[in-house]
Design a protein around this ligand. Structure first.
Ligand code: BG6
Length: 511
């Protein structure tokens, strides 16, 4: 009897949670001492190491402007993991992970940095006794993306014999369609599309991937998944936090660019796409891009009636008084940047024509919640009204990404008693109780996938451009519109104006 046979799986809930093998890899992080690296990337590496998911031969190289030694970088990396890891680090695993980490100081546009990088990578190959695949992670301000990619190319680091080379590019991928196109051109002049991994961290979230599992692994919902049965869809990405110390970035971005152009449109594509022929990078992305192409970009004069933007004023969040956006540190007193955006879009194709798709996002709302709510059409005839029936509402299917990850379905049920009275009840599936393991952080999944060369959960060049094509006219109409932005109190449900976007009997779900 083999060992695997002798040891039956102790818990059936753990089934399917095992990790996939990864080729021996050197990961180079540009911007390795920055906020994203400290909060997300280094802790993600730790958690992968903790689970034994990193390849046995794994090299880490950090680059940033600060003049650090290898040892200083290791200390900083260890401190970042201690501060931000989702699990208490095991000291042995932590020490081993960073034991051979290397650091190459210097600016992103200095040729010398790339020469040194090439040498360090060759040294890592020698230690490993084989050519490692290389993964360059661009965790820098977006202005540096082109220069890093081009200088990697100038130094011949864009490919190598015996291993794969990949480049991971953080968001934002441009701030307009024209910029995204130019960036794509510059990146694709050096790398092939198959080597490029554009991050949208929402795609790394378990619950976001579950939208596909839910739709395409169950026969029950697909027959209803169209304009004949679905009345409207609401996608919400509400946050209770403000902009923290990110005024510099956020004030030039705003809610539409920060969350709608990427995360929210991605959620919409997963919800609306046709079944892919396989769960492979191109098959999935071909279907997603068709959804984006089916969304008609508004003409500038239509923007006012299909969108609402607003800014938070002072208010109370979780019992704490908080300042308004204009009083946040680093925000100009006359800023007209939106911290809230809501849109009504339509996916103009055979399946979805005429179904309003409502998207809303904002900072400093009542609480953090990310969900997709699909509201079905009401029943055609209600026979219970003589009984004084109350509370019959159309069924609603809610896919909750965070918090309380799961899926729930509201059904009408009879209230116990002698009369035929009905009220909505919930049927619920919760990740927390159905599965054993804690969900990995999005970045854990994405770093692994980039190292494995699986781009299914990354955005392709045409997808990114299609997203900007929808957002560009909204941005420019907002930029030219005069007048005061609507305000909403911090900690509230958002601006009253958002109600006007909704058609028919639809109401926004409470945040
Ligand atoms: C980022 C935005 O992409 O997503 C932030 O730049 C936002 O402004 C964040 O807070 C939200 O991500 P999550 O995973 O906390 O929902």
């Amino acid at each position: 009897m083999s060992t695997a046979e002798a040891r039956p799986d102790p818990n059936p809930l753990a089934e399917g949670l095992e990790r996939l093998p990864v080729h021996a890899t050197a990961l180079v992080i540009f911007g390795a001492t920055g906020d994203l690296a400290r909060r997300k990337l280094l802790p993600a590496l730790y958690n992968l190491a903790h689970e034994g998911a990193l390849p046995e031969r794994f090299g880490l190289v950090g680059n940033a402007r600060g003049d650090l030694s290898d040892a200083d970088f290791r200390d900083q990396a260890i401190a970042a993991v201690r501060e931000f890891s989702r699990r208490e680090p095991d000291e042995q695993v932590l020490a081993k992970l960073f034991e051979h980490a290397r650091y190459v100081p210097g600016s992103f546009d200095e040729g010398g940095v790339y020469e040194r990088l090439g040498e360090v990578l060759s040294e890592l190959d020698e230690v490993a006794g084989r050519p490692l695949s290389r993964c360059f992670y661009l965790s820098t301000a977006p202005g540096f993306f082109p220069v890093i990619v081009e200088t990697l190319g100038d130094h011949g680091l864009q490919d190598r014999e015996g291993g794969e080379v990949r480049v991971v590019i953080e968001k934002p991928f441009g701030t307009t369609l024209a910029e995204a196109r130019e960036l794509n051109e510059r990146v694709l002049a050096v790398f092939d599309e198959q080597q490029v991994f554009r991050i949208d961290h929402y795609l790394g979230k378990e619950t976001v991937q579950n939208v596909l599992a839910f739709r395409f692994a169950n026969g029950m919902f697909e027959p209803l998944w169209n304009r004949n049965y679905i009345d409207h869809v609401q996608i919400t990405a509400a946050e209770d936090i403000g902009i923290g110390s990110r005024a510099g970035y956020y004030d030039s971005s705003g809610a539409l660019r920060d969350l709608v152009q990427n995360h929210m449109l991605q959620l919409l594509t997963l919800l609306c796409m046709e079944p892919p022929i396989a769960f492979s990078a191109d098959a999935v992305r071909d279907e997603k891009v068709k959804v984006l192409r089916a969304i008609r970009a508004p003409a500038e004069e239509q923007v006012a009636e299909m969108s609402v933007r607003a800014q938070y004023a002072a208010g109370t969040v979780a019992g704490q008084d908080v300042p308004g956006y204009l009083a946040e540190e680093g925000v100009p007193g006359d800023s007209t940047t939106e911290t809230y955006a809501a849109l009504r879009l339509e996916v103009d194709n055979w399946r979805w024509a005429g179904v309003p798709m409502y998207l809303r996002t904002g900072k400093r709302l009542a609480r953090k919640v990310t969900e997709i709510a699909v509201t079905l059409k009401p029943v055609p005839h209600l026979a219970f009204d003589r009984e004084g029936s109350v509370g019959v509402r159309p069924n609603q299917l809610i896919l909750t990404m965070q918090p309380n990850e799961g899926v729930s379905l509201t059904l009408g049920a009879k209230i116990p008693g002698t009369r035929m009275r009905i009220r909505p009840v919930n049927m619920e599936f919760l990740y927390g109780t159905a599965f054993l393991s804690q969900s990995p952080e999005a970045y854990e999944r994405l770093i692994m996938d980039a190292m494995r060369g699986d781009a299914t959960l990354f955005t392709r060049n045409d997808e990114v451009e299609a997203q900007w094509r929808i957002c560009d006219p909204i941005e420019s109409a907002w930029a030219t519109a005069r007048g005061q932005l609507p305000l909403y109190a911090a900690g509230s449900q958002g601006p009253a104006e958002a109600e006007e976007l909704l058609a028919g009997d639809a109401t926004w779900r409470a945040i």
